[in-house]
Design a protein around this ligand. Sequence first.
Ligand SMILES: [Zn+2]
Length: 253
Amino acid sequence: MGPLFTCSIDDGHPSDLKTAEMLHKHGLSGTFYIPIRNCEGDAVLTEPQIRDLGRLFEIGSHTYDHRYLKKVDIWQAYHQINDGKRKLEDVLGAPVNGFCYPGGRYCPRDVELVKACGFTYARTTMNLCFGTGNKPYEMPTTIQFYPHDRAVYMRNFLGSGNWYNRIDGLLLAMQHENWIRRLYAMFDHACRNNGTFHLWGHSKQIDQLNAWHELDVFFKHVASRIASPRRLSNEQLAARAMWVPEPGIAHSI
Ligand SMILES: [Zn+2]
């Protein structure tokens, strides 16, 4: 028993290599969700860089072009989901089992497409959770590494549902104005309750915030509290979750 830790980094920005170096330095695990291109114009890791990253971390797909699936028709959604997976598998020479919805925007059709394309799990941007939820294709997170204000947490809480399992997280998020204090408070809550702490973020934002030192210190804190076998990739977390039908929650063993 004991708390679990996982980390998701989205968008495949070249500064992911710095995040990876930091995770590796502290012996932590996580998953990098990478699109092949970014239609918003951001740089994406090169193929050799993706292969290097894949030697140490799980690589998940984030569509082909980082398209918000809700905004495209079913054929485009299919190609984004399917082609992003196949291309990454070509680059890595290995299966890609995890998917993450760009912008956290998706509809039930997209969940079905993700299943049909052969992914085994998918991650959302639902936050404030200390478990894996009860849907393998809508796995939630705990908190984003970003200085959101309280209104963002309230909006995410109201808009994403699953309120019963998220109310503790919301109250903690509301208690803290300072985002770093909030981060530690959420992590300590997960530790006290033997829950799952799922951090997610964007390396480009960490760079813009100049928050590498804060991330380094936080990872050191995480490594001091989480036993090595309980530091997981998203895929490992999904694999050990016992998915149960509603209204229960999935417990990790
Ligand atoms: Zn994204």
